[in-house]
Design a protein around this ligand. Structure first.
Ligand SMILES: C[S@@+](CC[C@H](N)C(=O)[O-])C[C@H]1O[C@@H](n2cnc3c(N)ncnc32)[C@H](O)[C@@H]1O
Length: 212
């Protein structure tokens, strides 16, 4: 079955020095979801050392054409027009609206791991001078930010109609749990939508931190 292209570009500028498992799971999820609605996904600014050594899961996405991974930065992509680019920026003055889907066809995100409190590393992307839009007041993971952007500009859902869960508690074991300091979209099963394998990864990382 062929998918009709939305003509939208989703661009994640990778700003971490490494390609950790957390980023890998997020990017694979973004790629799968964007491909479902025919959006084009780019992973830009990858240092050549990472580009030549992408984890297998991401290589699969590049081979199938769902994901274009490159070392060049977003501003050097010849297929995008800067006046049609929106930077998703937690510090922007204006929130994203369904009508923005007519103004912009390219959406840029920071490939940044969430931090608590947020350190405003998205500021590194302001140098390009793109118009900024916020996705509400709470920090989201990068895959959540792309998901919410698609819901607004493709499905035309205003931000306030999207079901969210803030700072969900994840049960790690019988006795331990951890609070995720982010806003997530609430899935139909009543659980926060997270990349496949993420809960297991969080549990594994928590086990490591208990290993002395
Ligand atoms: C995990 S967030 C990083 C937030 C962060 N701690 C920082 O240093 O800016 C990754 C990316 O998702 C997008 N994002 C997350 N929450 C957002 C929000 N509330 N509004 C707009 N963009 C958001 C931004 O593009 C951001 O760079």
């Amino acid at each position: 079955m062929s998918t009709i292209s939305t003509g939208k570009y989703y661009i994640v500028e990778h700003l971490e020095p490494e390609m950790g498992e957390w980023s890998e799971l997020e990017y694979a999820t973004i790629s799968t979801e964007c491909a479902k609605t025919g959006g084009k996904l780019y992973l830009t600014s990858l240092p050549t050392s990472l580009l030549g050594n992408l984890p297998g899961r991401l290589v699969e996405h590049t081979v199938s054409g769902r994901l274009i991974a490159t070392s060049i930065e977003v501003s050097q992509l010849s297929e995008i027009k800067s006046e049609r680019v929106c930077l998703l920026d937690p510090a922007a003055q204006t929130d994203l609206k369904p009508e923005d889907g007519e103004i912009f066809d390219t959406y840029v995100f920071g490939g940044i791991l969430g931090d608590d409190p947020p350190r405003d590393r998205t500021s590194e992307l302001r140098k390009y001078g793109y118009q900024g839009r916020r996705l509400g007041p709470k920090q989201m993971t990068t895959d959540t930010a792309v998901r919410v952007t698609r819901m607004v500009v493709e499905d035309k859902l205003p931000l306030y109609k999207i079901p969210y869960v803030d700072f969900p508690e994840l049960k790690l074991s019988k006795h331990e749990s951890t609070e995720m300091p982010f806003r997530y979209v609430l899935g139909e099963n009543g659980q926060p939508i997270m990349p496949e394998g993420m809960v297991e990864l969080i549990k594994k990382d928590a086990d490591k931190s208990f290993d002395f």
